[in-house]
Write a protein that binds this ligand. Structure first.
Ligand SMILES: Nc1ncnc2c1ncn2[C@@H]1O[C@H](COP(=O)(O)OP(=O)(O)OP(=O)(O)O)[C@@H](O)[C@H]1O
Length: 652
C-alpha cells in the first residue's frame, strides 16, 4: 500500500509544475476577473443599501404625512432628477438620521464612511463641506457640486397687527341724530361758553364732540402750565366722518382752557392744508372767542401781506416784544415763513398743536413744517436759567428721568375723516402715548378698525352713472336743468377740465355757474365760495381745492364729473354733502373702462352701497342739438379741436 501511495504521489507531482507553467497573461486575466466580480458585488451591495435607505425614507414620510404635510418644504427640483437618485450622499436630513438608526453606527463612523464613499467617486470636497447635510449640497456622480440653499420654502402669510391704540380706539357713535348730548351736560364747560353755543344754535353736541371735548379738558385739568399729575398729557387723534362736527371738537375745549390765561402768548396753533380751510376754522375760533373772552385769534395763511400778518402777531412795548395772539390758525407754508423770518411769532408757550386734515398734513411733511414748529416750541426750554416749571425738554426716549421733572406740556390734537392707519406715517408726527377716537367699526360691530375701512356719512346716498366721454357735459346740464338738482358741487380732476366745462355751461345758458380752482386768485375764490354759500351759484365746478373740509350748508348734490383716483379723495369730495346729520346725494360719472376698478375701490373702503343710475338717451335728446352747437362754439372760442375738447381728462 505504501508503495502504491508513493506511486500515486509520484504520478500527481508532475501536475504542479504544469500549473505553474500556465501563461502569465492568463493569470492576470483571472485576477482582473476576480477584481471585477468583487467590484460588482460591492456595487450591488451599495445599491441594495441605498434601496433600503430609500425605503426607510418612504416609510418615515408615510408615518409623518398626517400631521407634518402642511409645513413640509417643497422638494427641490434636483431631487426629482433621476440621475441624482444614485447619489451616495442623500441630501435630506431625515435620511441621514434613518441611516444612523438603521446601521446603529456612531456619527464618527458615518462621517468616515461618507468620506470613503466620496473618495471612491473622486470627490475633492473637504470633510466639513462633505459632511454638511444641507439639502443643497449634493455631490453628483458627474463630479460637480450642486450649490443649494434655494429651497422654495412656503412663505408664511404676514398678518398686519396694529398697535393697541390704533386697533382698540375709543368709540364714537356713528349715528349723529340719535346720539345727541345736551350741551349743559358736558362736564368742564363754563356757563358763558354753554350760553355761546346755545346762542349759535347748538343745543346738543354731536357724538365726536361729546367724546373728545371732555378728554381734552381732562388733560388740562391742572391748568396750562402743568400736565395732568405733572406729566405730559397724551396726544389725541380723531377719525370721524365728514360733516360730523370735528371743528367744534377742538375749538370748544381750546377756548375753554385758554380763557383762564393771564398773559397773552400763542398757546394754540391750528395748521390746515389750504387758505380756505384756515379761513373757515379761524372764523369758528373767532365766533367763540369774541364777546366773553379776551382771546385773540390771528390767521397766517397769506390772505394779507406778510407785514400785515407780522403786525397782528406782536407789538413792541417798552422795548420788549409782546404777543398779540393767543390762537394762531395757519397754513404750513406761511407758518414756516414766519418762523424762519423771525417775524415775532413765538411758540415757546404753545400748549395745543392742532393738525386738521391730519392725513393730508402728513403727506405734506416733506416741507418739514412740523420739525420747524417743534424746534420753535423748544427753542429756549432746556436753558439752565429756565424756571423749572416752564422747562420744556424736546421729546426723546421716555425714561423715568425724562418724565420726572414736571414741564409745560405740548399736546398734539389730530383730526381727519380719513386718518391713516399706517403707524409708520403716524410716527412722523412724534405722538406721545396717543389716544384714538374713531367711529370706524368692523362688521361684527366691535370697535376695531378694519383694514382700509372708512366711515361714510349716514345721510348720504351714493350713485354711479355709466356714460361716455362726450356725454358727460350733457349729463351735468340734464341734472341741473331737467332734474333740477341744485346747488351742485361738481368735481373735475384738472383745472383745465373745470375751466372748459365752466365755459361750456356758460355758453349753453340757463345756469348760474362758477369755477373754483388755482386759476383764480384767493380773493376770487373767496368771493365764489361766498356766492355759492348764498345760493347765487347753482353749479360750482371745482378741482380738489374744495374737496376737503369746506363746509357749505345746503349742498344737496355732489357730482364727480371725473372719477376720483383715490378713495380718500372720493370720501372727502362726497362729504361736502350730507353734513351735520342731513341727507345728500353723490353721483359719479363712470366711463366703461373705469367702472370695475372704481366700484372695487369703493367696495373695499366699506361703502354702505352705491347704486347704478342710468340716464336714458331719450332723456338727453331734447338738449342734444343745442349741446352740439355749444360744443362747436366753444371749440372755436378756445381754439381747441372739437373732438379733443373734453378728452384730456381721460388720462387724468
Ligand atoms: N353740535 C352741533 N349741532 C349742530 N350743528 C353742528 C354741531 N356741530 C357742528 N355742527 C355743524 O356741522 C357742520 C359740519 O361740521 P364740521 O365742519 O366741523 O365737520 P367736520 O367733521 O370737520 O367735516 P370735514 O371732515 O368735512 O371737515 C358745520 O356746519 C357745523 O356748524
Amino acid at each position: 500500500q505504501k508503495a502504491k501511495e508513493k506511486l500515486k504521489q509520484s504520478r500527481t507531482k508532475p501536475k504542479e509544475p504544469k500549473e505553474q507553467k500556465e501563461p502569465k497573461k492568463q493569470k492576470e486575466q483571472k485576477e482582473q476577473k476576480e477584481q471585477k466580480e468583487q467590484k460588482e458585488q460591492k456595487e450591488q451591495k451599495k445599491q441594495k443599501e441605498q434601496k433600503e435607505l430609500r425605503d426607510v425614507k418612504k416609510k418615515r414620510k408615510a408615518d409623518k404625512s398626517g400631521s407634518e404635510e402642511p409645513q413640509r418644504h417643497k422638494k427641490r427640483k434636483s431631487e426629482d432628477v433621476p440621475s441624482f437618485d444614485s447619489d451616495s450622499v442623500e441630501p435630506d436630513e431625515p435620511v441621514e438620521e434613518a441611516k444612523k438608526d438603521k446601521t446603529g453606527a456612531s456619527e464618527k463612523q458615518k462621517k468616515k464612511k461618507k468620506n470613503e464613499v466620496q473618495s471612491e467617486e473622486g470627490e475633492t470636497e473637504t470633510e466639513n463641506a462633505t459632511l454638511k447635510p444641507t439639502p443643497g449640497k449634493t455631490s453628483a456622480p458627474t463630479g460637480f457640486t450642486i450649490l443649494g440653499g434655494f429651497e422654495n420654502k412656503p412663505v408664511q402669510k404676514v398678518h398686519r397687527v396694529l398697535p393697541q391704540w390704533l386697533a382698540q380706539p375709543d368709540v364714537i357713535h356713528r349715528d349723529i341724530k340719535s346720539n345727541l348730548f345736551p350741551v349743559s351736560d358736558i362736564p368742564g364747560l363754563s356757563a358763558p361758553l354753554v350760553k355761546k353755543l346755545q346762542n349759535n344754535g347748538i343745543q346738543h353736541l354731536f357724538p365726536v364732540q361729546a367724546e373728545v371735548i371732555p378728554a381734552i379738558l381732562e388733560s388740562a385739568q391742572q391748568g396750562l402750565l402743568i400736565g395732568r399729575g405733572g406729566y405730559k398729557p397724551r396726544d389725541i387723534c380723531v377719525s370721524a366722518p365728514t360733516g360730523s362736527g370735528k371743528t367744534l371738537a377742538f375749538v370748544i375745549p381750546v377756548i375753554q382752557v385758554l380763557t383762564e390765561r393771564v398773559v397773552c402768548e400763542v398757546r394754540a396753533l391750528a395748521v390746515l392744508p389750504t387758505k380756505e380751510l384756515a379761513q373757515q376754522v379761524c372764523k369758528v375760533f373767532r365766533s367763540y372767542a369774541e364777546g366773553g373772552t379776551s382771546l385773540n385769534v390771528v390767521m397766517l395763511a397769506g390772505h394779507k401781506s406778510f407785514a400785515a400778518e407780522q403786525a397782528s402777531l406782536s407789538e413792541l412795548r417798552g422795548g420788549t416784544r409782546r404777543s398779540l395772539a393767543d390762537i394762531v390758525v395757519a397754513t404750513p407754508g406761511r407758518l414756516v415763513d414766519h418762523i424762519n423770518r423771525d417775524s415775532g411769532l413765538s411758540l415757546e408757550h404753545l400748549r395745543f398743536l392742532i393738525i386738521d386734515e391730519a392725513d393730508r398734513m402728513i403727506d405734506s411733511m416733506h416741507q418739514s413744517w412740523l420739525s420747524q414748529v417743534v424746534k420753535a416750541v423748544y427753542r429756549s426750554g432746556g436753558g439752565a436759567g429756565a424756571v423749572s416749571i416752564f422747562r420744556r425738554i424736546e421729546p426723546a426716549y421716555v425714561t423715568a428721568a425724562s418724565l420726572s421733572p414736571p414741564q409745560m406740556p405740548l399736546q398734539k390734537l389730530l383730526f381727519s375723516a380719513t386718518l391713516t392707519q399706517n403707524p409708520e406715517k403716524l410716527q412722523q408726527l412724534g405722538l406721545h402715548q396717543p389716544r384714538l377716537f374713531s367711529s370706524i367699526h368692523s362688521h361684527s360691530g366691535t370697535p376695531t378698525r378694519t383694514q382700509g375701512g372708512y366711515d361714510f356719512p349716514q345721510g348720504l346716498t351714493e350713485y354711479y352713472v355709466p356714460c361716455t366721454l362726450s356725454k358727460k357735459p350733457l349729463l351735468i346740464l340734464h341734472f341741473l336743468l331737467r332734474l333740477k338738482l341744485s346747488p351742485i358741487l361738481c368735481f373735475t380732476n384738472s383745472r383745465e377740465t373745470a375751466h372748459r366745462l365752466y365755459l361750456l355751461v356758460q355758453l349753453f345758458g340757463g345756469v348760474q355757474a362758477a369755477e373754483f380752482s388755482s386759476r383764480l386768485s384767493p380773493a376770487e375764490r373767496k368771493k365764489t365760495l361766498k356766492e355759492f354759500e348764498q345760493g347765487k351759484i347753482q353749479l360750482m365746478i371745482s378741482t380738489d381745492a374744495a374737496a376737503r373740509g369746506i363746509d357749505v350748508a345746503g349742498i344737496k348734490c355732489v357730482v364727480n364729473y371725473d372719477a376720483p383716483q383715490y378713495i380718500r379723495t372720493y370720501i372727502h369730495r362726497i362729504g361736502r354733502t350730507a353734513r351735520a346729520g342731513k341727507t345728500g346725494m353723490a353721483f359719479t360719472f363712470l366711463l366703461g373702462v373705469q367702472e370695475k376698478n372704481f366700484l372695487q375701490m369703493v367696495e373695499e373702503a366699506g361703502t354702505p352701497g352705491i347704486q347704478k343710475q342710468i340716464v336714458k338717451p331719450q332723456n338727453l335728446k331734447v338738449m342734444e342739438a343745442r349741446y352740439e352747437q355749444t360744443l362747436q362754439e366753444l371749440a372755436n372760442a378756445i381754439k381747441v379741436p372739437f373732438e379733443v375738447l373734453f378728452k384730456d381728462n381721460l388720462n387724468k
